[in-house]
Design a protein around this ligand. Structure first.
Ligand SMILES: [Zn+2]
Length: 312
């Protein structure tokens, strides 16, 4: 053992390394110094990176670069052109309800892959992680102004806000709780439609939620439906279109089938502004468009009106 380690030291180290290493590396580093200007270009790169990455968002409507913090403070609305960016359900709830009054219902309810649909479980898992939600709607009882309200808010970030059995069941329970408590129901929709991975079970939710709203209406309680960008399909063909009052965010796209499908089916030229909230106000499907920043104030006003001056 001792001899082998001794031979290694004498043979390998001193004789070979010394002459080989000392002179050439200096020359190499000198050549490296001549290439040093690269450092400058490196600096400018990092400067460029500092600006856009994660700090700024480009408005798709007017092209303005908006500071993310400013966008958050402005409820995700472009201060230049009033473009309404998508907003998560939690942020929206925070912008509407009185502090600490939101009591969430059925937060743990999760979808079952009943049809064993290809990659459905993986997609559910992916969106659960991305949104920190268990499905595409958050429901609960809260206070808006002085009014106790049963509030449901959909989230497009979870599988495009699609309605499966969980969305339908959570909303039905919310509406029924509203009926029992004698409270108004407010549902904020954003959805691509029924969730195809749950097939007919998704479609059944249309009838179920509509029936629950019918009982709610029988008790002479108000239901306000608020439509936000991309409200389509089975959601628009059920509870989203059944409001005593139907409001929408400006420029929101609302319909059953998308414009391309309609154009291909009817072979007709579609009128300008087709399926925008403004177009639908003109044609009587929607009662009013309300900018996001005014939504809370307007909601309180409408709830006051429905309550006939009664508070709570
Ligand atoms: Zn803009």
């Amino acid at each position: 053992m001792d001899t082998t380690s001794f031979t290694k030291k004498t043979i390998g180290g001193v004789v070979q390394i010394e002459p080989a290493l000392t002179p050439p590396p200096i020359q190499h580093t000198q050549t490296a110094f001549t290439v040093k200007p690269k450092l400058d270009s490196g600096k400018t790169k990092t400067k460029k990176r500092d600006i856009p990455e994660g700090l700024w968002t480009k408005c798709p409507s007017c092209g303005t670069m908006i500071f993310d913090k400013e966008l958050d403070e402005n409820l995700k609305v472009c201060s230049k052109c009033q473009h309404h960016f998508p907003i998560g359900s939690r942020e929206r709830i925070h912008s509407l309800v009185e502090t600490c009054t939101f009591e969430e219902m059925d937060a743990e309810m999760t979808s079952v892959d009943i049809l064993k649909f290809a990659s459905y479980k993986t997609k559910l898992e992916r969106d659960r992680k991305a949104t920190m939600l268990n499905d595409a709607v958050v429901t609960g009882i809260c206070k808006i102004g002085t009014h106790r309200v049963a509030l449901g808010v959909m989230d497009f970030g979870f599988m495009g806000g699609s309605m499966g059995a969980v969305v339908g069941e959570k909303l039905t329970r919310l509406i029924e709780r509203g009926t029992e408590g004698g409270w108004p129901v407010v549902i904020i929709s954003t959805s691509g439609g029924a969730r195809m991975q749950e097939g007919v079970f998704s479609l059944m939710q249309m009838a179920k939620t509509s029936a629950a709203l019918a009982y709610h209406a029988q008790s002479r309680l108000p239901y306000i439906s608020i439509l936000t960008n991309n409200s389509y399909g089975g959601v628009m063909a059920s509870y989203a279109a059944l409001g005593d009052l139907i409001l929408a965010e400006p420029a929101a796209m609302i319909g059953f089938a998308g414009p391309r499908v309609i154009k291909d089916t009817t072979h007709a030229e579609l009128p300008p502004g087709f399926q925008t909230a403004e177009f639908l106000v003109e044609h009587g499907l929607i009662d009013a468009t309300v900018p996001r920043k005014e939504m809370k104030e307007q909601l309180v006003r409408y709830l006051d009106y429905f309550a006939g001056g009664k508070k709570g």
